[in-house]
Unconditional design. Structure first.
Length: 161
């Protein structure tokens, strides 16, 4: 199969990922977006990676502030994922009605998540339409229980228990 963007999309649809919401703020401006391009890179030092499209507001906030939060969504959070993916354009404040908290950096973190990571940008690598951010994890929060929301082949799934 020759390599083009559609071929790569078809291949990647066969790779299950967790669903996260990346959040950031700069002064009083906060925003978040649904992202599945998130990965753990290293435990020592504690690094994670996330790729953000440059035309997104969350990208601008991370670029300006140098901080971001990762919120790993639970299996019942498909609506929250869709909200932060911009599928409800009538919702101007994506955080409306959600319980938030902060850890070290001040990035807004979602209480509904099964886990949260509070990060400072350690490195960034520009790509044609996006930037790969390497974040140093400064603090984490684990929920008492829960299973992750999984994305596969353009749909949400639950982990078999």
């Amino acid at each position: 199969m020759p390599l083009d963007s559609e071929s790569l999309r078809q291949v990647m649809r066969r790779w299950p990922t967790g669903v996260t919401v990346v959040t950031s703020l700069n002064k009083s401006d906060c925003h978040g977006m649904t992202v599945n391009s998130f990965s753990s890179l290293s435990l020592e030092p504690p690094y994670v990676s996330v790729t953000l499209a440059r035309e997104r507001h969350t990208y601008n906030l991370v670029q300006q502030s140098g901080i971001f939060g990762i919120n790993i969504l639970n299996e019942d959070s498909a609506e929250i994922s869709d909200r932060f993916a911009g599928k409800f354009p009538e919702i101007l404040d994506r955080f409306a009605g959600l319980e938030l908290f902060t850890l070290v950096t001040g990035s807004p973190l979602l209480k509904v998540a099964i886990a949260n990571l509070d990060c400072r940008v350690a490195h960034q690598y520009a790509m044609p339409n996006s930037t790969l951010f390497i974040g140093e994890v400064l603090a984490v929060h684990l929920a008492d229980a829960g299973w992750p929301l999984v994305y596969l082949n353009r749909g949400y799934h639950k982990v078999e228990k």
